[in-house]
Design a protein around this ligand. Structure first.
Ligand code: MN
Length: 602
């Protein structure tokens, strides 16, 4: 008896997210859609949080317009998206009316299959999204965010799948975002899922540790119905098994996919050329990295942490942070490490190591987590830590969104006439800052996509001093081509550096003031804290809010500032009671460790 294995190609979403910082532009997708549409894929994954974010933030494309164009160009193939349950594409829980509005609009604009997950695997956070997908007449896929821990047993995953089946899901996906699956564990899990529930099983596994193709084979042999792949020129490493390789592996067997290898070769060659255009976004961490099998820390998290530590001049403490991550994760009841829990756990571990004392600083996100604000933790959280973090404040045990009032009317009011459609309101809802900026720039006609550097080829770029550093560029802005030569670099002074350029032969001077200039505190005019009444931070970051004003009387331990670092917010408290005599920061300021931000006289 033969069984056709269905294939979802991730080339238009996860593949370039995993390899090229999600930068592929619509203009590089559309020319190949005709061929993609002829392959006979079960679906193409095209949309998700990071693609939406990158469109608005960097590419200055309307993500809804991209979706409509792909829908028109791929009339015969299901389009699929990844949705973070009640978080939709953002980082917070949205009210139910926003979830319903978003799903309805995604469906109308072209999404057929919604893969819905929750970072905690708390199925209560999936319910409203699943209902909205079914109300739109589309395919709802319930997702297991795969991880390993003492509480993540096969029985627990099977129980979750049964709950999602009862909620009306059409299929179930095993989402191994980190590359933690091993072949025999995959086989056991798939076998149990197939025997205990009736939904088709999809397998989504990253090849981070070099195991994904073996995992997929074991999944298929044990009854899995669908595999996620990436066309070969965007496959392997932190991406997925190559489409052509998996098609070839199963060809002629009882699991033949039926896909045309020759057509796939043409598509692979097309994307081979496309990938070169984005060379500046190639991460150095895209090859196989087996560390995840030892420390359970996903590759993406390691590269983020490495960047943060580098900014601190503390790259040598990487191993301490890697060792701290599993301890924080245990304190928080073993959440899977996926957006947003990967950032929550990673940042707290980073603070624990760099502050020299565990939980000396506790991020607001960890407090919210311990209060139940993200849902139920998979295991038990540390009660001691919870008391320390939230004191006598109440812990919620309801679904977090049950506490939210409807928001759509408020959001429409906030964005006002900048929104020309309900889709625009949702763009703003997903990403309030960059979404608003995008809509403002669109209104003003000033949307400017980031510049793609020319493909380095012999003869097209000259090198300075034989060091292989390009000094001549041809850039394209709004269809106009400019030739830029770097003619000189000044000395760095006060955190600023002068570059001398010529643009089309005209000399220009540009002053760069790096955003991440922390080292030595040389970029700031603020004095260093010396007294207990000098409020300062232990981490570099941005000021999100100043909670006091001059003349205010504060208590010791009272929060006076909210700062943000690595997307996580932290409260800064007054060390002594007294009167606020001076404030040296405002919302939006960049601050360095040890600077006097507020002065309090006791
Ligand atoms: Mn993925």
């Amino acid at each position: 008896m033969s069984k056709k294995i269905h294939v979802t190609d991730t080339i238009l979403r996860d593949a370039h997210q995993s390899l090229l910082a999600t930068r592929m532009r619509t203009e590089d997708m559309l020319p190949i859609c005709d061929k993609l549409d002829k392959v006979g894929y079960w679906s193409l994954e095209v949309w998700g949080g990071a693609t939406f974010d990158a469109c608005v933030r960097f590419l200055k494309e309307d993500p809804w317009e991209r979706l409509r164009q792909l829908r028109a160009a791929l009339p015969n193939t299901r389009l699929q998206m990844l949705l973070r349950g009640q978080n939709l594409l953002g980082y917070r829980h949205y009210s139910d009316d926003v979830v319903k509005a978003f799903v309805a609009k995604a469906a109308v604009n072209g999404i057929d299959v919604f893969r819905i997950f929750d970072a905690m695997n708390d199925v209560r956070n999936l319910r409203v999204a699943i209902e909205a997908v079914k109300a739109a007449g589309k395919h709802a896929q319930g997702t297991i965010a795969y991880t390993t821990s003492p509480v993540h047993t096969i029985d627990a995953f099977v129980a979750q799948a049964k709950q999602m089946e009862a909620m009306g899901c059409d299929s179930v996906a095993i989402k191994d975002m980190a590359g933690l699956l091993t072949p025999y564990a995959t086989g056991e899990l798939v076998k149990a899922l197939k025997s205990e529930q009736s939904l088709p099983v999809f397998i989504h596994s990253h090849d981070t540790a070099g195991l994904a193709a073996m995992c997929q084979l074991k999944a298929v042999e044990n009854g899995a119905d669908h595999i996620d792949t990436a066309i070969s020129s965007f496959a392997w490493g932190t991406s997925h098994p190559g489409t052509e390789s998996m098609v070839a592996a199963l060809k002629g067997s009882e699991f033949d996919t039926g896909l045309d290898l020759e057509l796939l070769q043409e598509i692979g060659l097309y994307f081979y050329a496309v990938r070169k255009k984005y060379h500046q976004f190639e991460s150095e961490f895209t090859a196989v990295d087996t560390r995840v099998q030892v420390n359970q820390v996903p590759g993406g998290m390691i590269s983020n942490l490495a960047n943060q530590l580098k900014e601190q001049g503390a790259l040598n403490r990487m191993n301490e942070v890697l060792a701290e991550i599993p301890r924080v994760r245990e304190d928080l009841g073993f959440p899977p490490l996926v957006t947003p829990t990967s950032q929550i756990v990673g940042t707290q571990a980073f603070f624990n190591v760099l502050a020299g004392e565990r939980y000396k600083t506790i991020t607001n996100e960890v407090k919210l987590y311990l209060q139940g604000g993200y849902g139920k933790a998979p295991g038990s959280v540390s009660e001691k830590l919870r008391r320390q973090a939230i004191g006598s404040e109440e812990v919620i045990d309801v679904r977090p969104a049950d506490l939210l009032k409807p928001e759509m009317t408020k959001l429409r009011g906030e964005i006002g006439a900048l929104a020309k459609s309900e889709e625009d309101v949702l763009t703003y809802a997903m990403f309030p800052d960059i979404g608003r900026k995008f809509l403002e720039e669109r209104e003003a006609g000033t949307l400017t996509p980031e510049v793609l550097l020319p493909i380095p080829e012999a003869g097209s770029v000259s090198s300075a001093g034989g060091e292989g550093v390009p000094t001549e560029f041809v850039i394209d802005v709004h269809g106009e081509t400019y030739r830029v030569d770097i003619t000189g670099v000044g000395v760095k002074a006060e955190g600023k550096r002068h570059f001398y350029l010529s643009i089309d032969g005209m000399p220009e001077e540009v002053v760069f003031e790096p955003l991440n200039e922390f080292v030595g505190g040389g970029s700031s005019k603020r004095k260093q804290a010396t007294a207990p009444g000098h409020v300062s931070t232990t981490m570099p970051g941005n000021i999100v809010d100043v909670l006091v004003k001059e003349g205010d009387v504060v208590k010791a331990g009272q929060a006076v500032l909210i700062t943000e670092a690595m997307k996580m917010e932290t409260e800064v408290q007054a060390a002594i009671a007294g009167k606020v005599t001076a404030i040296h920061v405002a919302k939006g300021d960049r601050v360095n460790p040890g600077e006097i931000l507020i002065e309090i006289e006791g």
